[in-house]
Design a protein around this ligand. Structure first.
Ligand SMILES: [Zn+2]
Length: 287
């Protein structure tokens, strides 16, 4: 195997589209800087609601296959070359929203044995040896079972990898500072009439919003990364409708498309006010 770049970042997500919405600018920035970016997606999102009427016939495995194509296009737009599906394609099924009977499907990710799934992810961590891992908080950002499970599996996999010889130096959770979300939604209210969406979402609809004091890290990839993020989100056409600087999911509620992304460092040591996920690691300055 050829030697990987010095700086290596691994992100764990529940469904195709989550990577672009949460971390698109971050992934594009680090890929452009020559860092090695690995995305592990846990399910194919076979139970997602489809926005375009002409694609609504896609359900179950057919939707999963289609979303796999969307994911490939999205990571291509971000410049990321290492995108994997946890345990291989189709290993874990989408669990659907919390509280529906689909949550009990034995093949769904919510029913997966955490240690088994984490073992598969630990294999990837031991292969790539990332210094930085990014995932959701323990509520999965907003309570979706697959997002909660992705959190559990990612945190457990970091522990398993440490036991087997690779210590991930920093673990981050995806966040949005409350002040940023509130300001963006205030702007949205002013601009809503000109948008192709009838209604706006609210701050409560945004995953991972926390008080500003909890934000440790701000990542702004500049215009190139912002454009790549919007392109990646557009690639997930079954799930996302983009009208920059806003977008909507299948609920058709407009929300801000954040091109600056925010994180909370939960393991490891960073630098105060850091603007680089690798800050303090001595892995070479960002170019
Ligand atoms: Zn998701």
């Amino acid at each position: 195997m050829t030697e990987l770049p010095d700086r290596r970042l691994l992100l764990v997500h529940a469904h195709p589209d989550d990577e672009s919405i949460n971390n698109g600018a971050t992934m594009a920035r680090y890929a452009a800087e020559g860092a090695y970016v690995t995305l592990v997606t846990c399910t194919l999102g076979e139970r997602g609601e489809v926005i375009p009427p002409e694609l609504r016939h896609l359900t179950g495995p057919a939707l999963g296959a289609h979303r796999r194509g969307e994911l490939a296009a999205a990571v291509g737009a971000l410049g990321v070359t290492d995108a994997r599906l946890l345990g291989g394609a189709g290993r874990y099924g989408d669990s659907g929203m919390m509280g529906i009977p689909d949550n009990d499907d034995p093949g769904c990710f919510w029913q997966a044995d955490v240690d088994t799934a984490a073992g598969a992810l630990a294999e990837v961590i031991l292969e790539v040896r990332p210094q930085v891992v990014v995932t959701y908080d323990d509520h999965g950002g907003y309570g979706h079972p697959d997002h909660i499970q992705a959190h559990r599996v990612a945190m457990r996999a970091v522990d398993l990898a440490a036991e087997r010889g690779h210590l991930v130096a920093k673990v981050y959770w995806n966040r949005v500072p409350r002040s940023v979300a509130e300001a963006a939604f205030a702007r949205l209210q002013d601009e809503l009439a000109a948008l192709p969406f009838d209604k706006g979402a609210t701050v409560a609809d945004v995953p991972g919003v926390v008080d500003d004091e909890r934000i440790t890290t701000t990542i702004d990839g500049g215009p190139g990364a912002a454009a790549a993020k919007a392109a990646a989100m557009r690639a997930h056409a079954t799930q996302i409708e983009v009208a920059e600087p806003y977008f909507a999911l299948s609920n058709e509620l407009a929300q801000p498309l954040f091109t600056t992304e925010y994180y909370e460092l939960v393991r490891g040591t960073g630098e105060p006010g850091e603007t680089d996920l690798f800050a303090g690691l001595g892995t070479g300055a960002a170019s």
